[in-house]
Design a protein around this ligand. Sequence first.
Ligand code: ADP
Ligand code: MG
Length: 238
Amino acid sequence: MASLTLEHIDKTFGTVEVIKDANLEIADGEFVVFVGPSGCGKSTLLRLIAGLEEATAGDIRIGGESVVRTAAAERGVAMVFQSYALYPHMTVRENLSFGLENMRMKKDDIAQRVDHAAKLLQIDKLLERKPRQLSGGQRQRVAIGRAITRDPKIFLFDEPLSNLDAELRVLMRLEIAKLHNRLKNTMIYVTHDQVEAMTMADRIVVLRGGVIEQVGKPLELYNKPRNKFVAGFIGSPR
Ligand code: ADP
Ligand code: MG
């Protein structure tokens, strides 16, 4: 578990400025939702935090310590993708434990972590299956389970439910909320779904064109949107 600080973060791809002077303070254990239109920089911001991209300028601190020079695997951050990103030729158990072997963890400890994550997500009966033998919802559970086995300080979710049908989305939303209640880790959750943002977030970060437009509690944004764009995005009546 850890706090997260973004300080004057810029990111350019070629000549395109994709993130512009992003400043953000996330408290330890907070559940923060990033919203904004397609292409506004949500995924890029997550990738910068995860260490999958390097910032052009600015500082990122996790638990007070700068991580801009820390490799992705050492940051204590785990990311869950919309595409699940499971290995098709591996069983669920192998998908969950993959990478832990590389951390030179003992076999028993790996098994224990995998079992713990599998029980939490109710996929403990599916451990010997391959991803193609799973439903979309089950695959997403495995992807979340894999993040849990990393025992990260911070979880990053990049539109994890957008491939699921509406009913399953509601169910998984509740599961993720439950997970947060239980693990109490810092979580950042990207979505373009207003309902998800309003119901899940401790605070919402609204992005537009690489700029953080407004940060606040769901009701604050709803009642006091800074401008029409935020109002439109949050669905408030102004
Ligand atoms: P979002 O997740 O909000 O839809 P992204 O962070 O994926 O937005 O993308 C933000 C902008 O950065 C987009 O204009 C996108 O085309 C651009 N972009 C993202 N990744 C790259 C890359 N590797 N190279 C060049 N441009 C990129
Ligand atoms: Mg994205």
